[in-house]
Design a protein around this ligand. Structure first.
Ligand SMILES: [Zn+2]
Length: 164
């Protein structure tokens, strides 16, 4: 009779510990549980384990949130750095393009003046040195185009041989 009462008491104590938080218990239940745990070592251990488990469970989402926050912050920082480097690259490309265009214009102008000077010195008709100037200007682009074309067909041949 006494052991049955005790078993019931243990079960009641463990149910109270497992299914209800301390704040959810009535004051009578809480007082009874406190008294039981005071005298019962196994229920005290159970209660301590339950508290530790609840703490561990509560710690998990906090840890997840913290790691989520830190990874999100890291991603945001990385994206900001990416955008910054993209902006810098864009700025660099813009400046380079402007510089190249200016250099090309200046050198073309200088070349034009040079051809005009040579044409005047050689007493050539303007149409002749102007054609010469055009050929001189167009030739590098033509050569570059032909080279790129050759390189392209060469690469196509190589990839073709890899496939075959
Ligand atoms: Zn007990």
């Amino acid at each position: 009779m006494n052991t049955i009462m005790n078993n019931d008491a243990h079960e009641r104590a463990r149910n109270l510990i497992a299914w209800a938080g301390p704040e959810a218990l009535s004051s009578a239940d809480r007082a009874w549980l406190a008294a039981h745990v005071e005298t019962c070592a196994s229920c005290r251990t159970f209660a301590e384990n339950a508290v530790a488990t609840i703490h561990a469970l509560r710690a998990i989402p906090i840890a997840a949130e913290r790691s989520l926050v830190s990874t999100t912050q890291m991603k945001v920082r990385r994206r900001a750095l990416e955008l910054q480097s993209q902006r810098e690259r864009f700025w660099l490309v813009s400046v380079s393009c402007t510089a190249v265009t200016l250099c090309a214009l200046l050198s073309t102008f200088a070349l034009w003046r040079g051809f005009a000077w040579v044409g005047a010195r050689a007493q050539l008709a303007p149409s002749i040195w102007q054609v010469g100037f055009l050929v001189f200007c167009v030739t590098p682009a033509l050569v570059a185009g032909v080279l790129l074309l050759l390189r392209g067909t060469h690469l196509a041949d190589r990839t073709g041989s890899y496939e075959g």
